[in-house]
Design a protein around this ligand. Structure first.
Ligand code: SF4
Ligand code: SF4
Length: 109
């Protein structure tokens, strides 16, 4: 029996729902590449990106909040490759996956 299964069966129900929450990737802004253009702000389907002030440029930089679903759309749409997707284990999601996701979104497969 894995440690996850032990948590699922041994914890009270209010903790079980937290333990069962699926882990997912999340968007992270590469601040050196972000121009603050705001495209990701418009394309994020759940409006979890805002432009915040930054010393890096006059227009500010994007900031992702904790509600990110990991859908990849901002990473696909950023014209400056200023978004990377980080897996739950901290590794970076391969850009090939963005391409696959883009084709899926546009009905190419
Ligand atoms: S689309 Fe890219 S460059 Fe533009 S604000 Fe978002 S992360 Fe920054
Ligand atoms: S990965 Fe999806 S939900 Fe997360 S910030 Fe980008 S567009 Fe929004």
């Amino acid at each position: 029996m894995s440690s996850d299964e032990i948590i699922m069966t041994a914890e009270p129900s209010h903790l079980r729902s937290v333990a069962a929450k699926p882990k997912r990737a999340a968007a992270r802004i590469i601040t050196e590449l972000c121009t603050g253009c705001g495209i990701c702000v418009k394309t994020c389907p759940i409006n979890c990106i805002t432009i915040v002030e930054s010393e890096l440029n006059f227009t500010g930089i994007a900031k992702v909040d904790e509600n990110c679903t990991g859908c990849n759309i901002c990473a696909i749409d950023c014209p400056w490759t200023g978004v990377e997707m980080i897996n739950p284990d901290g590794s970076r999601k391969d850009e090939v996956e963005y391409e696959r996701q883009l084709k899926k979104l546009r009905g190419y497969h």
